[in-house]
Ligand binder design. Sequence first.
Ligand SMILES: Cc1cc2nc3c(=O)[nH]c(=O)nc-3n(C[C@H](O)[C@H](O)[C@H](O)COP(=O)(O)O)c2cc1C
Length: 67
Amino acid sequence: MSDNSNKVVVIYKSKYGSAQRYAQWIADEVKADLFERSKITLNDILKYDTIVYGGSLYATGILVVLV
Ligand SMILES: Cc1cc2nc3c(=O)[nH]c(=O)nc-3n(C[C@H](O)[C@H](O)[C@H](O)COP(=O)(O)O)c2cc1C
């Protein structure tokens, strides 16, 4: 968990695990909360000061699954 002055969340969407692994490394390094995209709501995301998103690329762009 990050401190109260700058709450950081790392959110990821991963098909085969690579984006998940990088998201975990980043979250560990900056002491951020970590969520898979479908496990966090927009209201919860808005409670953070810094939002990091990671997803793999599959030809059409970054992998995102919206709500
Ligand atoms: C069908 C397919 C299409 C891909 N398209 C791209 C692409 O357009 N650009 C890119 O940089 N990587 C592309 N990749 C590579 C993946 O983004 C890369 O392997 C990524 O690490 C997979 O992440 P994941 O394990 O979290 O799903 C593609 C991979 C596959 C299998």
